[in-house]
Design a protein around this ligand. Structure first.
Ligand code: HEC
Length: 280
């Protein structure tokens, strides 16, 4: 049918309508489409941020990340083009939207940050305390440049972390328990602040984990945090929320941290990733 000229236009429209789930789309367009579908005070709380999205400073951080990714670096003088983020060496399109995932070579479920550390220490030969690996925060760190570049290749792809391997399921389920687990002096859980629509802290509208169309923006990291003037990661956000609950600090790269990230990504399943995003 599509080969007939008469139908060529409707067919093109059909495919254009399907795009988004498995092809690149600029983050500001993804966000606008989500806003058009979901009535959410969280998504629309900052008109200024929405206006700045096309000029998000994180875009330049991603550009620097691309150069770093392709550069031969480290004691082994290798680029990261042989690093496998789940879709094969150097295959980045849509890879981050399917993380965390199980990696056979390490026998572990890994998020973007732990996978990057793995490749920088094994392929490139960096020591784990080399600043290239150990500095994780801020737009000037190699880690954030690389994460932002890799993640930006998943903008518009639906979150779709695999749940085939038993460890992938186990990590997601452990993350669910952690999300609901109340502890410490304040007796807060993640759910206390992110389990209902309409919660705020001062003027900030909090995202509801149970509304996937809203939650996709919440889990879209790396994001430029306007209040920090830095690009931040999922691991950094997680650390901040444990601090807000006055619970013990979560260790970046620990199974616990990856479990929560597995759960929160699964909660946004089927919704398009907004990468890089811009947040308060
Ligand atoms: C005391 C309330 C509170 C608790 C409890 C809490 N958070 Fe948050 N969370 C926030 C606030 C506030 C923000 C928004 C950041 C800001 O505006 O500074 C946020 C942001 C987030 C975001 C990103 C959305 C955004 O716009 O920045 C995610 C994802 C998230 N939290 C997950 C969690 C997880 C997982 C837990 C449990 C480990 C948790 N939160 C516990 C208050 C909380």
């Amino acid at each position: 049918m599509c080969s007939k000229i008469l139908f060529a236009l409707p067919c093109a429209l059909l495919f254009a309508g399907m795009a988004g789930a498995d092809s690149y789309q600029a983050p500001e367009e993804v966000l606008q489409e989500v806003i058009d579908k979901v009535d959410s005070a969280y998504l629309t709380q900052s008109e200024q941020n929405l206006m700045m999205m096309p000029d998000n400073p994180a875009i330049w951080v991603a550009d620097e990340g691309e150069a770093l990714f392709k550069e031969k670096r480290g004691p082994k003088n290798a680029s990261l083009e042989q690093c496998d983020f789940g879709k094969g060496p150097g295959e980045l399109e849509g890879a981050y939207a399917e993380m965390p995932r199980y990696f056979k070579d390490t026998g572990k479920v890994m998020d973007i940050e732990t996978r990057l550390v793995h490749c920088m220490t094994t392929l490139q030969g960096f020591a784990s305390d080399d600043p290239a690996v150990s500095e994780r925060h801020g737009s000037d760190s190699d880690m954030m440049k690389l994460q932002t570049y890799i993640a930006s290749k998943s903008s518009g792809y639906d979150w779709n972390p695999p749940m085939k391997h038993p460890l992938e399921k186990a990590m997601r389920d452990a993350g669910e328990v952690m999300f609901y687990r109340r502890a410490a002096n304040l007796d807060f859980s993640c759910n206390t602040c992110h389990g209902e629509t309409g919660k705020r802290i001062r003027a900030s509208v909090l995202p509801n984990m149970k509304v996937p169309g809203e939650w996709t923006k919440a889990v879209s990291w790396p994001a430029y945090r306007v209040g920090h003037q830095e690009v931040r990661s999922s691991q950094h956000r997680l650390r901040g929320c444990y601090w807000q609950m006055r619970q013990g600090q979560v260790i970046a790269g620990s199974d616990a941290s990856i479990a929560v990230i597995s759960f929160w990504t699964d909660a946004a399943r089927g919704q398009p990733a907004i990468l890089p995003d811009m947040k308060r």
